[in-house]
Design a protein around this ligand. Structure first.
Ligand SMILES: *[C@@H]1O[C@H](CO)[C@@H](O)[C@H](O)[C@H]1NC(C)=O
Length: 187
């Protein structure tokens, strides 16, 4: 019995050490305020006129963005399109800036932000564009999505952490409808 308990305890220790939390062991953990600031910075990069300074402050140069939802839209739902499924949508901060700066703001609101030591998760929903702000889509169908965001410490920077990786998935069927079927203009 005692041997069994010892075996169970050492198994638990093994499992724990197999998944070390690197930031935690270094004494750096994302706070709720850090998570809120980064989630809103990422939101601003998408739904305000593009701000290159903000992109450089909030994203690491080796930033990666994975989104099969976006790749599917780039491919217009067709196989063998230019953005293979499972491939990163953006492979660097420079690529993100190049792609995103050419796009009109996309209006959405943050519904939830959850965070742990080194990740944050954001749930969002499309919203009506502000009056007079040009927009990429005409949100007739509500689009809901989730962002899982990995961060790294950024000592001395505008943000205490920077975004390393974004995994972004959303209702691309509804988005496609909004892109191709708008029946009214935003005034
Ligand atoms: C762009 O982002 C930077 C860095 O956060 C900020 O200081 C600046 O005010 C922003 N510019 C605009 C026009 O919002």
């Amino acid at each position: 019995m005692r041997g069994l308990i010892l075996a169970a305890v050492s198994l638990l220790t093994l499992v724990a050490s197999a998944r070390p939390n690197q930031l935690e062991t270094r004494g750096h953990c994302l706070t709720n305020d850090d998570a809120y600031a980064l989630a809103n910075a990422f939101k601003d990069l998408i739904n305000l006129p593009f701000n290159r300074t903000l992109a450089k402050a909030a994203l690491v140069p080796s930033f990666k963005d994975y989104s099969d939802s976006v790749n599917e839209l780039i491919n217009a739902g067709c196989p063998n399109g230019p953005a293979p499924l499972t491939a990163p949508t953006f492979t660097s901060r420079a690529a993100f800036i190049a792609g995103q700066s050419g796009q009109s703001p996309i209006p959405f609101e943050i519904l939830n932000i959850w965070n742990n030591c080194e990740e944050l998760t954001v749930r969002w929903r499309s919203s009506q564009p502000a009056k007079g702000v040009p927009t990429e889509v005409f949100p007739e169908e509500v689009v809901t999505g989730i962002l899982a965001i990995e961060v790294v410490p950024n000592p001395g920077g505008e943000f205490a952490f920077q975004i390393q990786t974004v995994f972004s998935e959303f209702n691309s069927g509804a988005w496609l409808y909004d892109l191709v079927c708008p029946s009214r203009a935003v005034t």
